[in-house]
Design a protein around this ligand. Structure first.
Ligand code: NAD
Ligand code: TDX
Length: 339
């Protein structure tokens, strides 16, 4: 089995590459990644010399390049993680989100159509469903919840999902889509809530909580997400969407306080800052379909996963310290100045 994993130098894609190489030593895994600010070859260092692994630097939206790669490699499957993934960046600069998340997906789908594929899997997000109100804890997103996006990021991801489903209906392309809740774990880029708070806490820097910190996210340990995708690409039904989530809902404030307490720091580090425009209130996934059809369920509870994650950041300081000392520092100052 030969699989092209796009975006494999990023957070979830990187974890997925590690997971697949460990679980299927006979597979060939080709990572295609543009190495944007979020891509980091150090994430792939542990697998780089593996004989079944190949890294290719390139842009999923570069048609000639992608076609050439398909011609050379003739993959059996594509798992598309490559994306611009940060909501805040999509508010300051939406264009690149359309280019990578929509056009890039379209190019991959065309390549699959032209060269043939056993399975194209699109890694999507629960954000395509919009948000749920805080006072209705009984409501959850199912696969039939209408798409109702809030940010340029989620709109670009929803557009890509529609394109994937259209290629299934029109060209009979064997596709699947997964829509996952917020992930956390090793190799998470420190612009996202959990790694940002861990890094700032360790450096005794203020912890910028948007609004009142009451927004709710449904946290899933990244390895549980990787296992779900593995099940879907092997046993999921073509043309289907699968929601992936862990019933691990927490307010942002609860998450930040958990990190502060685990690191023995003061809650005075919390600094309430101007809210994100269009900020989604609550995400919550109903994972019944993937549980009933494929037997998937999350195995890591938030309380255990957050401890493992904090330990990883404590034990892998060079990985994230390099990131926050470089180009990211300029981004950080621009995003949080005067907020
Ligand atoms: P990330 O930002 O950490 O990684 C994205 C990777 O894609 C990087 O390695 C980057 O270099 C690469 N990339 C970006 N543009 C590219 C292009 N044009 N061509 C090739 N490579 C390109 O993202 P992540 O958090 O790992 O998310 C991965 C996927 O999962 C995304 O599609 C995202 O929408 C989805 N998702 C993420 C979460 C989450 O909580 N992080 C939850 C649900 C879904
Ligand atoms: O400094 C911060 N302060 C803060 O309060 C940051 C970076 C975030 N937040 C809040 C905003 C959100 O309510 O924390 C919550 C989580 O924020 P992010 O880590 O930016 O994630 P989110 O916007 O929920 O989106 C994530 O989950 C769905 C991923 O980044 C997406 O790629 C994925 O699709």
């Amino acid at each position: 089995m030969k699989i092209i994993v796009t975006g494999g130098a990023g957070f979830i894609g990187g974890n997925f590459v590690h997971y697949m190489i460990n679980k299927y030593p006979d597979y060939k895994i080709i990572c295609l990644d543009k190495l944007t600010y979020a891509g980091n070859l150090e994430t792939l260092e542990p697998v780089m010399d593996n004989k079944g692994f190949r890294f290719v630097k390139g842009d999923i939206a570069d048609r000639d390049f992608v076609y050439k790669l398909f011609e050379d490699e003739k993959p059996d499957m594509v798992v598309n993680f490559a994306a611009e993934s940060h909501v805040d960046r999509s508010i300051t600069d939406p264009g690149i989100f359309l280019q990578t998340n929509v056009i890039g997906t379209g190019v991959l789908l065309d390549a699959c159509r032209i060269y043939g594929i056993k399975r194209y899997h699109q890694v999507s997000t629960d954000e395509v469903y919009g948000d749920l109100p805080l006072d209705r804890p009984d409501l959850f997103f199912t696969e039939t919840t209408p798409l109702h996006t809030s940010s340029p990021y989620s709109a670009s991801k929803a557009s890509a999902d529609l394109l994937v489903l259209a290629y299934h209906r029109t060209f009979k392309l064997p596709v699947t889509i997964s829509r996952c809740s917020n992930n956390y774990g090793p190799y998470h880029f420190p612009e996202k809530l959990i790694p940002l708070m861990i890094a700032n806490c360790l450096n005794d820097k203020p912890l910028p909580v948007y609004g009142k910190g009451e927004n709710v996210r449904d946290w899933l340990y990244v390895e549980d997400h990787c296992r779900a995708i593995d099940m879907i690409i092997h046993d999921g039904r073509e043309g289907e969407v699968y929601n992936i989530g862990g019933h691990n809902e927490r307010t942002n404030l609860q998450v930040v306080e958990t990190i502060i307490d685990a690191l023995g720091k003061s809650r005075d580090l919390i600094q309430y800052v101007t809210d994100r425009p269009g900020h989604d209130m609550r995400y919550a996934i109903d994972p019944t379909k993937i549980h009933d059809e494929l037997g998937w369920e999350p195995t890591t509870r938030f309380d255990d996963g957050i401890k493992k994650t904090i330990d990883w950041y404590l034990n892998n300081k060079p990985w994230w310290e390099k990131i926050i000392s470089g180009e990211y520092q300029n981004y950080y100052e621009k995003m949080y100045a005067g907020r």
